[in-house]
Design a protein around this ligand. Structure first.
Ligand code: OXD
Ligand code: MN
Length: 619
């Protein structure tokens, strides 16, 4: 197929500007497979970006809302979260990644997905877009080509990612880009019809992801979770890190300094709200690239420039800055919320909500029941907003710095109701890697399937790993060895409960962050326990008073920071079982496993009880 035949003059001229035969080949291959009615190649200019915005209203993928710039998009009833079951890594026959990662033999998987994609864009327009992962003109930049028949995907990417037309024009190696081919497939109205044929196949060999019959951004938007998977492999080969991490600046009161942290939390475990804490600055809320510079200092960038955030519980009290952005005119896409009279409504928004409207299932009235006889909530729990970080008043001034920001701390946060203390520091880099790798978390609405199940999620990255777990662990261990300025590693848990009630308030996480920041600068002493270093009461008491104007009681501290030895030992048993099934786990991991288990067992013996209060470890 010749491009001259399928492209109009404007698209052809735009493509010629890129002057990249590899890009042209991709377009030719997928146009001839997917058979769109029209192909439009777009650049970064205002007119082209506007074209997408208008098309998205015209073709009803989005609907305008009352406030200027606000639109709503619905993903369809069965496509409300990431589809883990149908996301697979294509692997050469005979290779393995991990028991926990879905893979399919490459030839077989390719045949399957290409068959499904055959003719999937019939009657539709295919858009060709150019973006950049990470800041432009930087060591971190990765050029990314997106082919999609969805204007919602294009529009989301215009908000979430840096435009990359100029990056493509400058590519030194014309093969050095990721590419993503997406099709929402055959439509019923504006919803994908054949969700049973939803496939998201990651082809590491070609640095590409093919994704079809879906709309939810976690499945469809190439540069988000799909590029994350490709970049994990690339980073592992090139000795840097691609992490499911936010990047933020922590600013202690009264001190003239900012300390940058990155943090990995499984979906819907407080990651965005940590990066958005009052008084601090945000660089990114989801995915970071981290590299060590010539001086041996780790620097991180946000690969995105926007947030695809969970809207549930965003309200004036919890998230005043996001709430303000969501209620003022600017470019925003709401997805899977309730719409009434051109206004969006969501769960936990803290204001009165209507008794009827339109949501992800269609017409909704209060009390309406679904097929499972359960009441349908007014909006989906995983409903989202898509905004630019530059619209936030707490955006960090270095968000687009091509050098990235220097990183002083990593945080691994899980959702755990009965074991983990709210915050602890690792005993060393390798112990910190161990803590990250044994992260467990209760499942949430951000992926399809049961909620509230405890699952092992190493570094909150298990859904995205494309290298063996052993390789991933080794990359981290090696990264630490190359650091001249060490990074401290912490673990957090905001979800500890007693009698069904949370032991911590929403604002407590800021205190843990300030404690971690102080630890980096040697401001606080800590108590050594079998699971790591925990804060002293006096330091937290002062931090609560100064920052949250709250009297933090010794009783609350003792409850929150008691080390639940038996529960931790149970966790060690679960972890042992999981890792025994994995291949080639490094000895360093097992050393830390044995040492931590021994410390827990010895403390159990010494104290003769299952739960030990912090001060008892000081004696
Ligand atoms: C996300 C996720 O949306 O991890 O960030 O699911
Ligand atoms: Mn995420």
């Amino acid at each position: 197929m010749s491009l001259e035949k399928i492209l109009d003059k404007k698209s052809l001229d735009t493509l010629k500007e890129i002057n990249n035969k590899n890009v042209e080949k991709v377009i030719e291959q997928f146009v001839s497979l997917c058979k769109p009615e029209k192909v439009t190649v777009l650049s970064d200019n205002k007119e082209d970006v506007e074209y997408i915005r208008n098309k998205s209203i015209e073709n009803k993928e989005e609907t305008k809302l009352a406030l200027e710039g606000h639109t709503v998009h619905f993903d369809g009833p069965k496509d409300q979260a990431r589809d883990k079951a149908n996301t697979k890594i294509l692997l050469p026959k005979g290779t393995e990644i991990s028991k926990k990662i879905n893979t399919v033999a490459r030839e077989e998987g390719l045949k399957e997905v290409l068959d499904i994609m055959n003719g999937c864009m019939k009657g539709k327009e295919l858009f060709v877009r150019f973006f950049c992962l990470g800041p432009l003109d930087s060591k971190f930049s990765i050029a990314a080509l997106q082919l999609t028949d969805s204007t919602y995907v294009c529009h989301s990417e215009d908000i979430l990612y840096r435009q990359g037309f100029s990056q493509f024009k400058k590519l030194k190696d014309p093969k050095n880009f990721f590419y993503f081919v997406h099709s929402a497939g055959e439509m019923e109205g504006s919803v994908t019809k054949n969700v049973d044929k939803r496939r998201i196949y990651v082809d590491l060999q070609e640095n590409r992801v093919l994704t079809v019959n879906n709309q939810y951004a976690g499945n469809s938007v190439g540069l988000k979770k799909l590029a994350l998977r490709l970049a994990i492999k690339k980073a592992s080969q090139e000795n840097w890190l691609t992490e499911h991490m936010f990047v933020m600046g922590i600013h202690p009161k009264g001190k003239d300094r900012v300390t940058y942290f990155t943090g990995a939390f499984p979906s819907a475990c407080g990651k965005t709200s940590t990066a958005m804490m009052s008084g601090q600055t945000i660089i990114g809320d989801d995915i970071a690239y981290i590299r060590i510079n010539e001086a041996g200092i780790a620097h991180a960038v946000n690969i995105e420039q926007g947030i695809f955030g969970i809207i549930r519980d965003v309200n004036k009290k919890n998230d005043p800055i996001i709430q303000k952005v969501l209620t003022t005119p600017r470019e925003i896409i709401f997805s899977n919320v309730l719409i009434k009279d051109g206004k969006p409504f969501w769960l936990g928004m803290g204001t009165e909500t209507p008794k009827d409207g339109v949501n992800f299932l269609g017409e909704w009235t209060e009390g309406k029941k679904g097929k499972d006889r359960k009441e349908i909530p007014l909006a989906h729990k995983n409903a989202r907003y898509t905004i630019r970080i530059s619209d936030l008043e707490n955006a960090d001034p270095h968000a687009d710095d091509p050098k990235g920001v220097p990183v002083s701390g990593f945080i691994y946060g899980g959702r755990n109701s009965d074991t983990s203390v709210p915050v602890a520091e690792s005993l060393s880099w390798a112990h910190g890697v161990f803590l990250g790798v044994i992260l467990e978390s209760e499942t949430t609405a951000a992926t399809l399937g049961a909620e509230g199940k405890l699952v092992h999620n190493p570094m909150a990255n298990i859904d995205f790993l494309t290298v063996p777990l052993s390789t991933y662990i080794n990359s981290h261990l090696r990264f630490g060895d190359h650091l001249d300025k060490p990074i401290k590693i912490f673990s957090t848990n905001y979800f500890l409960k007693e009698d069904g009630k949370y032991l911590n308030g929403m604002l407590d996480k800021k205190i843990w962050a300030l404690w971690m920041e102080g630890r980096v600068h040697g401001n606080y002493a800590a108590i050594e326990t079998p699971i790591g270093l925990i804060p002293k009461y006096e330091d937290l008491e002062a931090l609560f008073k100064e920052n949250n104007e709250e009297d933090y009681s010794k009783q609350a501290y003792n409850k929150q920071f008691s080390v639940r030895l038996d529960k931790y030992l149970d966790k060690m048993n679960r972890i042992e079982k999981i890792f025994k099934e994995e291949k080639d786990i490094p000895q360093v991991f097992w050393d830390h496993f044995e040492q931590q288990k021994k410390r827990l067992q010895e403390a159990r013996k010494e104290h003769g009880k299952p739960v030990v209060q912090p001060e008892e470890f000081e004696k």
